[in-house]
Every structure is written in C-alpha cells, then in structure tokens.
Unconditional design. Structure first.
Length: 125
C-alpha cells in the first residue's frame, strides 16, 4: 500500500486571532502529516492562557500495527494515517510556544499489561 498523500489543507483552519479559550483535536492528528500547521493554527487562535487539548491513538499501538478503521457492512476499511511519536507532539508544542499542563495514557479495562490505547496531552499557550 502506498503511503497516504498529504492532506491539502487551507492555511487558515480555525477562527480569528486570539479568539478561543480552547482548541481540541480528538483522534484526528494521526491523519495529518504536518503537525506544525495544526499547532501553528491552534496557537494563533488561542488567547494567552488558552488550552490546546489533544487525544490520539497512542503511538505504541501504531508501532504494533494498529490502524484506524471503520466497518462498512462486512468489510473493514483502513483509514490512511501517519505515525507521530510522542516527541513529535512535545517538540512541535514547544516550537509553537505551548507549555505542557498534563499528559495521560489511557488503557481499556481489557488491555491490562498491554500498551496504552490513547494518549492525551493538555497544553497551555
């Protein structure tokens, strides 16, 4: 399978400058090749002290081959994705002036002694 093509996003994704208290990204960043665009836009629209909340499939799951998918009738459809290491999130956040407020890894009850399913990161501008 060929690698997914980068998504042709507009340069301005969100609202007006310094107009939001919170920006959230939930299970979408694995489908975006360039994290800089998203973090730059989040920084632009957030007020000083505003929060950027991210919750994504944990990269450890991706390292094991887990991929986003959905079911259509009897068929499983794989959604193209990019692997972002935890350091990618933290380094990109730093470049765009964010401070780490909270970091959590999430397991489903049935996943004890396995890698976490999700990671959540709370950043402050």
């Amino acid at each position: 399978m060929a690698p997914p093509a980068p998504c042709p996003l507009p340069l301005r994704l969100f609202g007006h400058n310094e107009s939001a208290d919170l920006v959230t990204c939930n299970l979408v960043l694995e489908h975006i090749e360039d994290l800089n665009l998203i973090f730059s836009e989040a920084s632009r629209v957030l007020v000083k002290g505003g929060y950027f909340f991210i919750c994504e499939l944990h990269p450890f799951k991706q390292y094991q081959g887990t991929k986003a998918n959905f079911q259509r009738q009897q068929e499983s459809i794989e959604i193209p994705a990019f692997v972002h290491h935890l350091s990618d999130f933290f380094n990109t956040a730093k470049v765009h002036g964010f401070l780490l407020e909270d970091f959590k890894e999430w397991w489903h009850e049935q996943d004890k002694n396995k890698p976490p399913r999700l990671v959540s990161i709370l950043l402050r501008k």
